[in-house]
Design a protein around this ligand. Structure first.
Ligand code: ATP
Length: 317
């Protein structure tokens, strides 16, 4: 549904996007994360035919962004940082105008506009001029516009950045519902909790390059290491850590708890519990220590930064 190959954009001799290759399947949500200036918006703008790539290619909903920009626009809903709203128009008239642009019959465009405005809590703003809307309301209206023609692919650049927590949740719920209907999303965000809640896969971009791409579990495994478990018992450890060393790699311990790494929790955890039972140790909890997306993100960026400062092996004295 979203396919880019070696997508690259130069502004004069500055390389803003550097050979970005991404594949997002139907019904998948990809969250693109990265520091300010990393190239997220530029990538989204190329995917929506707003900006011509310098090299590489992109196909969105099966259409080439350079050769078939009209078809791309028909099948894609876009939310960009600059919403381009017509401030003097009233909310409902504005949506009706876009419905006409997409050749939607009058009944359908009215119904979609009213449903979506109600869904995002804008039902009282239908007849107000957009210039009177708050920042968050404008962002919601821009999202409604992106969704009005029920596109198969949605490219949303920081969709909840101006929103209060309840509004942000309305947007997340809408995304989850649409995903169930096989809609495909690429979302850029600085909100890692939101990315963790919504995304099937995460791509991290830095200085125009994709430096990590995978599910949260894959990235955690690759960049943080083996899953870490915490065992809590009723009583003191009394040397339990050394009783488990043939089964798992104990990383740290306290008076009544220990943490261990294992590459295969499905095998190791039952063995640990069986050993505890055999030793008469009363287990209170055995649980995984979750790695947050923030841990992963910071580690990915730190590794990329370290690589940047490594001496160039091809350099000669
Ligand atoms: N029209 C332009 N002309 C020149 N440089 C540009 C242009 N648009 C973007 N850039 C540069 O390209 C780089 C990537 O910008 P981009 O807006 O894609 O970053 P971003 O990842 O979306 O950042 P943010 O998280 O701050 O929104 C930045 O260094 C930016 O200054």
């Amino acid at each position: 549904m979203i396919e880019t190959e070696q997508l690259t954009k130069y502004f004069d001799d500055f390389r803003a996007v550097d050979r970005v290759t991404l594949h997002v399947e139907p019904g998948e949500v990809l969250a693109m994360l990265g520091p300010n200036g990393a190239g997220k918006t530029t990538t989204v703008r190329m995917m929506t035919s707003i900006l011509a790539p310098t090299s590489g290619s992109a196909q969105i909903a099966g259409f080439d962004v350079v050769k078939q920009p009209e078809r791309v626009r028909e099948h894609v809903g876009v939310l960009t940082e600059q919403h381009g709203l017509y401030e003097r128009m009233k909310g409902l008239d504005y949506l009706d105008f876009f419905g006409q642009v997409y050749h939607m019959p009058r009944d359908l465009r009215q119904r979609r506009a009213l449903d979506l405005m109600a869904r995002f809590g804008l039902e009282d703003a239908l007849d107000r001029r957009i210039g009177e809307y708050s920042k968050g309301m404008k962002q919601k209206l821009a999202l409604v516009r992106a969704m009005i023609h029920d596109p198969r692919v949605l490219l949303l650049d920081e969709p909840t950045s101006a929103m209060d927590p309840q509004s942000a949740k309305q947007v997340r719920d809408a995304i989850i519902d649409l995903q169930k209907g096989e809609r495909t999303f690429l979302i850029t965000t600085h909100n890692l909790t939101e990315a963790q809640l919504l995304a099937d896969r995460i791509a991290i971009i830095r200085r125009g390059r994709i430096i990590a791409n995978g599910t949260i579990d894959e990235l955690a495994q690759h960049f943080i290491g083996q899953p870490r478990m915490e065992l809590r018992i009723n009583g003191s450890l009394n040397g339990l850590a050394s009783d488990l060393t043939d089964l798992v790699d104990v990383a740290s311990s306290g008076p009544n708890w220990l943490q261990y790494h294992t590459p295969d929790p499905y095998t190791a955890n039952p063995q640990v519990l069986a050993r505890c039972a055999a030793l008469g140790v009363a287990v209170v909890t055995l649980s995984p220590l979750t790695q947050t997306l923030e841990d992963i993100y910071l580690q990915v960026v730190a590794e990329d930064e370290a690589q940047l400062h490594q001496p160039d092996p091809s350099a000669t004295e």
